[in-house]
Design a protein around this ligand. Structure first.
Ligand SMILES: [Zn+2]
Ligand SMILES: [Zn+2]
Length: 181
């Protein structure tokens, strides 16, 4: 497995210094090994970008970050690596209705969080609410329901888009809240 590593043994020390990867990469390596999948330097580079940020990355974002590090890795390889990362449970996949997926790793500062998504600039704001969690548990209990996971996404406009004068567009739909005002 080691022979796929880019660093030659003669320059091993220099190479590891230059390639300081996040410690989470070891979990990904272990998963690949367990699954009998090759540990390639390309897969490692993709995973390193994802683990190195707490944002919600698209494949384009990942490709751009890799390019910034001087790595040219094709979209197909990035997609395949992301599939494996999602399957491994180390990375979560989001569909914010933009026509493409976004990814975030699960070692961020906020273990269980929900999202506010700006439909104008695509900013994603994370929030945690103990009240919402409590309400969910209560609701589930009242229905004799055993909850496994939940998802809450609030779509709208972020503060800076509102400041810039952007207004909400309803594509054929009228917001019921708006009707009440
Ligand atoms: Zn915005
Ligand atoms: Zn998130």
């Amino acid at each position: 497995m080691e022979n796929d590593y880019r660093s030659g043994s003669a320059f091993g020390r220099e190479a590891t210094q230059e390639k300081r990867m996040t410690p989470f990469i070891n979990l990904f390596r272990r998963y690949l090994r367990e699954q009998g999948l090759p540990i390639t330097s390309q897969r490692e580079a993709v995973a390193d970008v994802v683990f190195g940020t707490t944002g919600h990355l698209s494949v384009e974002d990942i490709e751009g970050a890799l390019k910034g590090h001087g790595e040219r890795i094709g979209k197909a390889t990035i997609y395949r690596t992301m599939e494996i990362l999602v399957r491994s449970g180390l990375v979560k996949e989001h569909d914010f209705g933009e026509g493409f997926k976004r990814y975030e790793h699960l070692f961020g500062h906020q273990p269980a969080h929900d999202h506010l998504i700006c439909t104008s600039c695509s900013e994603v704001i994370e929030f945690q609410s103990p009240e919402i969690l409590r309400l969910q548990e209560e609701t589930a209990r009242r229905h004799g329901f055993l909850p496994a996971r939940h998802r809450l996404e609030i779509y709208g406009l972020c503060a800076s888009c509102q400041e810039r004068g952007v207004t909400v567009e309803y594509h054929g739909l009228t917001c019921p809240v708006d009707l009440l005002n």
